[in-house]
Design a protein around this ligand. Sequence first.
Ligand code: C5P
Length: 227
Amino acid sequence: MKKITIAIDGFSSTGKSTVAKQLAKALGYVYVDSGAMYRAVTLYAMQHQIISKDSFDVDRLISELDSVKVSFTCNEQLGFAEVYLNGTNVENEIRTLEVSQNVSQVAEVSKVRRMLVNQQQQMGKEKGVVMDGRDIGTVVFPDAELKFFMTASAETRAKRRYKELLERKEEVSYEAVLINVESRDLIDSTREDSPLMKADNAIEIDNSNLSLKAQFETLYDIAQKVI
Ligand code: C5P
């Protein structure tokens, strides 16, 4: 069986990472959550008072980028890689609503993107990778053999994210989550550098009414035909 690159892009909280993880596991591929990398850089900026609710010192972030090391280490128990910031596991910290509220501003910075895109390209150079994000099929791996573009209504996505945050015991309102999902989509799809968009040859999947199982089976069947 030949090894290919599978890119899964789409709007916030479309369940990309869930299906990407399942697909990677079923194919024996590596899964890379590129959003986790932007979240880790954002966490660094928050921890160092570079970004807050009403200020963002872009120049300082750029000048400190050399000291921001994002890496992945496989959690054998869970069976997938977790993200580390300068050697510390930050898998939980990066999933908070506060990080979600700052991440799209950080992801607009070209120098941040160049650093992370280089790293993503390195991680995928052997192929046999499923990577999810916003620009994987357009910028990171424009030659990927298989590209998906996931969509769902904003309300469906906010409901999913809200449930996820409650399960993590975060005190948030549904309205705040919906506002965040919509504002990230707007920033992500209108930014100058690598905006979120469907690659011409990506297969669009609207999963508003698909169960997780049906969604996985749809992607898996398509992947089997390409591999
Ligand atoms: O995938 P996730 O929702 O965790 O991504 C968090 C944010 O990181 C996105 O809203 C987007 O601003 C940024 N991102 C990006 N390019 C990627 C992956 C994520 O700009 N490839």
